[in-house]
Ligand binder design. Structure first.
Ligand SMILES: [Zn+2]
Length: 112
């Protein structure tokens, strides 16, 4: 999601939260939209809705988006346990997010 379409500046936060020993250096910091960041909180894992297994979240520093997710219309599909878990924990398909994605796709701003 491009920051330019958001009213609020994306915060810089820890990928691995300080609560879990994450350090404050560039390799562990990322910009994220306020909605995703508030859903992620200190979480680094969740429950895969298919297997019901504890599963780590997608890490953009080591994972490839296309391996774990696909876009159908404006809905993000989790292709793997990591993808499904991340979609759930970050609420990537919240109705407001899907509506925003639909608008951005129509405007040609959001691509995949
Ligand atoms: Zn987001």
């Amino acid at each position: 999601m491009p920051q330019a379409v958001h009213v609020l500046t994306f915060p810089i936060d820890h990928v691995i939260a300080r609560q879990h020993g994450g350090e404050t250096h560039a390799e562990n910091l990322a910009m994220s939209c306020v909605r995703c960041n508030s859903c992620k909180g200190p979480n680094i894992a969740g429950i895969d809705p298919r297997s019901r297994s504890l599963t780590r979240l997608f890490n953009p520093r080591i994972d490839h988006w296309a391996e774990h997710f696909a876009l159908r219309d404006a809905t993000i599909l989790g292709l793997t346990s990591v993808g499904r878990t991340t979609v759930i924990v970050l609420q990537l398909n919240h109705p407001d997010s899907v509506a925003l994605r639909l608008s951005l796709i129509a405007e040609g701003v959001f691509t995949h």
